[in-house]
Design a protein around this ligand. Structure first.
Ligand SMILES: Nc1ncnc2c1ncn2[C@@H]1O[C@H](COP(=O)(O)OP(=O)(O)O)[C@@H](O)[C@H]1O
Ligand SMILES: Nc1ccn([C@@H]2O[C@H](COP(=O)(O)OP(=O)(O)O)[C@@H](O)[C@H]2O)c(=O)n1
Length: 230
């Protein structure tokens, strides 16, 4: 496939546990699109800070680590991996320690701007006809010009239930409290709870996984067909 035309961009934002990663990946697989998980980069950078024993409340120290952050991610939905240098951190970045540290590094403007540049370059260089990019500020900052922009939401209860079904090493109460406090911290930096102008909301509270994938694919198909006729 040539690189002559830019891929169709699909931007998806939403709070923790709304289904962004799993739904985006499944939708990308069905559409033959690439998939870019931006949260993984913030998590990997948090992991790298922990690895180097940086105090993540010290913004200067965190910033100084940025030039050394050698990050790579798989954008093929069937070959997902996350690496820092030669180390595979695909599983390590999901640990409670990383989840607890990630908001502190993500609120530093220099971190956001370096990662935003990286996401824009990764997204335009995929060898697929389109790419689904998911995170918190994709519809507003990373790809505000995307052909398709979606806010994927679900009630707080549904999000907590889904995440605690996934994480069996901690109690449901602990998982819920950690998710709530991360959303609180993150929403001070980016508004991902309300849809910006032109962003379509998909509420998955009463949809099962399959119905949510279908709802997202329907929005993508409707929007891209419309774009072709405009
Ligand atoms: N509509 C849905 N109904 C039930 N479970 C879902 C639905 N969407 C996603 N899930 C599940 O919820 C969990 C959290 O989804 P995930 O994609 O990790 O969310 P996010 O990336 O927004 O944090 C996963 O286990 C996923 O399989
Ligand atoms: N575009 C993005 C994506 C993630 N993040 C940060 O990265 C963290 C992890 O994102 P994630 O998407 O993996 O989190 P989950 O919703 O999957 O739990 C978030 O809690 C934010 O602090 C961000 O600031 N901007």
């Amino acid at each position: 496939m040539g690189r002559h035309t830019l891929p169709t961009l699909v931007a998806i934002d939403g709070p923790a546990g709304s289904g962004k990663s799993s739904v985006s990946r499944a939708a990308a697989r069905r559409l033959g699109f690439a998939y870019l998980d931006t949260g993984a980069a913030y998590r990997a950078f948090a992991w790298f800070n922990i690895e180097r024993e940086i105090d993540t409340s010290d913004a200067d120290a965190v910033r100084r680590l940025l030039p050394e952050f050698d990050y790579s991610i798989g954008t093929d939905p069937d070959e997902y991996y996350v690496r820092v240098g030669q180390t595979d951190v695909t599983d390590a970045i999901r640990s409670p320690e990383v989840s607890a540290a990630v908001s502190a590094v993500a609120r530093i403007p220099a971190v956001r701007s370096q990662l935003t540049d990286l996401f824009q370059s990764l997204a335009t260089n995929v060898d697929r006809p389109g790419v689904i990019i998911e995170g918190r500020d994709i519809t507003t900052v990373v790809a505000p010009e995307a052909e398709v922009r979606i806010l994927l939401t679900a009630s707080e209860q549904a999000r907590m239930d889904r995440r605690s079904a996934e994480i069996t090493t901690q109690s449901a109460e602990t998982v819920a409290e950690q998710l709530r406090s991360r959303d609180r911290a993150d929403s001070q930096v980016v508004d991902f709870m309300s849809a910006a102008d032109g962003v379509i909301t998909v509420d998955s509270t009463h949809l099962d996984f399959e119905q949510t994938i279908q709802a997202v694919i329907d929005v993508i198909n409707t929007r891209t067909k419309r774009a072709l006729h405009e």
